[in-house]
Ligand binder design. Structure first.
Ligand SMILES: Nc1ncnc2c1ncn2[C@@H]1O[C@H](COP(=O)(O)OP(=O)(O)OP(=O)(O)O)[C@@H](O)[C@H]1O
Ligand SMILES: [Mg+2]
Length: 281
């Protein structure tokens, strides 16, 4: 079968009713590289195309709601699921912050999670504020992480056509718990040594934990020299694809509401549209 035929079949399979194999995209990278802006733009563009989209905010700073255009007063009062202590205790069998006691479940039933905690942003766009992975130093097997793992496994089995997760910055919180069920990682980097270095380490980790498609997004490029400098810092086979996004002053003008930016169009949004089209292949 030709590559074109394979990608057409993949698209067709994704469209079939009851199909649970939609796109699962993880957006990761160094702090400030542009993860939340890109996550929001992809969600809004996907929803505008009529896809059923679930945005997942895994960053403890919880910026994604603002970026999706959710009213700021309401966004400020959203609480991450990792702080729903009663829910976690009820499902996992242990309360965060307390020791394990009695029987605990590493595979709790979280099938009601979007219904209970999901926030409706638009007709086919919902947000789940999940909260960050608790750092390894406080114990990986804590109840919050057991819940997060179950949540991510559950989400990957859902019928949403597109699930985009805005992950915590950097490398430390990134691991199997976060990447569970995500087929594509978009590693966002600025065209600088430090940012590209972190991106490279995230790329190797992504491969180790079985993410199938690892894409480097070189964000805030001011001209060809930035793209070329970044490309010189990567080795063959580090990434399946590379996508440069331009530095666009209008991103900051419309901050934090990316829906204004999408409406306004401009070079950044045009480039994100191209990225989205390439991810569908
Ligand atoms: N292509 C771009 N052109 C210009 N400014 C940009 C671009 N992408 C992002 N920015 C700006 O860079 C800053 C950081 O973006 P953003 O919050 O999306 O990054 P982040 O990776 O989510 O950060 P954090 O790690 O703090 O969560 C914001 O001020 C945003 O407006
Ligand atoms: Mg962010």
């Amino acid at each position: 079968m030709s590559r074109k035929a394979v990608s057409e079949l993949a698209r067709e399979l994704r469209r079939r009713p009851g199909n649970k194999g939609g796109q699962r995209i993880l957006v990761v990278g160094k702090g400030g590289a542009g993860k939340t802006t890109l996550s929001a733009a992809l969600c809004l563009l996907g929803a505008a195309m009529g896809r059923k989209v679930l945005a997942v905010d895994q960053d403890a700073q919880q910026n994604l709601a603002y970026s999706l255009g959710y009213p700021p007063d309401k966004a400020a009062s959203l609480r991450p699921i990792t702080q729903e202590l009663d829910y976690i205790e009820q499902r996992v069998g242990a309360r965060p912050g307390r020791g394990w006691g009695g029987l605990i479940s590493l595979n709790p039933d979280v099938s009601d999670v979007t219904e209970r905690f999901g926030v409706r942003i638009g007709p086919n766009l919902h947000l789940l504020v999940m909260g960050g992975v608790v750092q390894a130093s406080t114990g990986c097997l804590c109840p919050e992480n057991a819940l997060l793992g179950a949540l991510l496994r559950f989400l990957s089995s859902q019928e949403d056509d597109l699930i985009i997760m805005d992950a915590q910055a950097g490398l430390e919180p990134f691991g199997r718990t976060v990447a569970e069920g995500f087929g594509t990682a978009l590693i966002v980097s600025e065209p600088t040594f430090n940012s590209m270095h972190v991106a490279g380490r995230i790329a190797s980790l992504s491969r180790e934990i079985g993410v199938r498609r690892v894409v480097l997004v070189i964000n805030k490029c001011q001209g060809e020299e930035d793209v070329e400098r970044a490309l010189r810092m990567i080795s063959d086979q580090m990434y399946d694809d590379v996508c440069p996004l331009p530095f666009d002053p209008s991103v900051r003008v419309h901050e934090p509401n990316v829906s204004f930016l999408v409406d306004a169009g401009g070079p950044y949004i045009q480039a994100v549209r191209r990225l989205m089209a390439s991810l569908a292949q």
